[in-house]
Design a protein around this ligand. Sequence first.
Ligand SMILES: [Zn+2]
Length: 493
Amino acid sequence: MRVEVGGVPYEVVIGLEVHAQLATRTKLFCGCPTEYGAAPNTQICPVCLGLPGALPVPNARALELAARAGFALGCDVRPRSVFARKSYFYPDLAKGYQISQLDEPLNLGGEVRFSVESGSGLREERRVRLTRIHVEEDAAKSTHAGGRTVVDFNRAGTPLIEIVSEPELRSGAEAEAYLKALREVLMFAGVNDGNLEQGSFRCDANVSIRPEGQEAFGTRVELKNLNSFRFVRLAIEGEARRQALLLESGEAVRQETRGWDEGRQSTYPLRSKEEAEDYRYFPDPDLPPVVFDEATLAAYRGATPELATARRARWQAELGLTEYDAGVLTGHPEVASYFEQVASGLASRATLGLAVAGKKAANFVQAEILGYVEAAGLEATFPAPAAEIAALLALVEAGTINGKIAKEVFATMRANGEGAEVIVAREGLAQVTDSGAIEAVVDEVLAASAAQVAQYRAGKTAVIGYFVGQVMKATKGRASPAEVQAALRRKLD
Ligand SMILES: [Zn+2]
């Protein structure tokens, strides 16, 4: 994105700070639950209320997830990091400081890769470097209403990682694509549940503008509380235009923190931005440095699951899925795993090649399963176990049931949780391919249709369709149509 000041093209410079909640059951320095939605101030204790004398105890699982986020994003995960106190005074911070990391963060470097539509309509591959990822505790939640401020401390002390990018983004659209890619990596790594509505993935954006070609940065403004991907894009674009207008009219951009007003489609001032020295950081004397030995770090590195980008590429290459199908099936980590279980289960049950089984599984999961999937955070529930869907598709593959019957069986599976084979056996849904059994039904139909038999023998052979219909009706659609045709011709000709 470009703006103009006095006819001179300016580029927009954006760095993002994402706060992602680590998917732990308990808080960073106490045992209080992190579960969302509880009544205000019911998930609190002396530690997260900052009462005098209360001592923090680090949550080992939170530190593990933070390290795994580092590996998933290609960071240098440090064997030693240090918690520091960041002092500031707001009602949402009972201690008067937040425990964070400054000089020695857990993760350094790393990158986020994404693709974004360029001006010419083509997709361009981008990679944006990360400065660092550090661990910190969340503040409480303040609500301002009717001239009063009320504070809910349930969120205070929730474990977060702050992912700080280099100022390498150049448009609101790039920022949006970066955030989607980052969220996907964190979700597939099992680190963050990606829930923007509940605030477990939040973004602040630092925005400045400078004449194209100039190296020095302009004065940056921090945009806060951008709670949707769309708002991030719109707020950045609106803020860049505001800064250009200021410079155009000869005014200076002030370093400050601003919010996004969706109704007015413009940013508004929140407070003047603190300088780092205002925070008076110093190492927290209550907390020892975080130290990981080599074996622990190697185990975390090895535990990084296959991420969505890698899975899409592999499915396209090995299973021949389209880019679109691979994208839909990586919409949630649990959906991706489910699809893979259906595909491999079908391949082994029906002794199919993985590519053939993969396509059939992809079609069924997209057409029949996704509508019933309910995802909550990193968890998802499915209408039937993947192994049972593989069994159902294998029955179709073996010719035991046809596609139409498969949908009926699937409906029963959803309704009572039974397996496909159990339902087919109990309800006698298997296709009748036994020629003796089919001949018996054909005999009955012909005996009851003397007039039509006479027409057929008089040369009106099209009437065979009538007989086929009668046989299918008598077998409730389960007779093999090819067998029925053959039996009819044997009897009539
Ligand atoms: Zn607590």
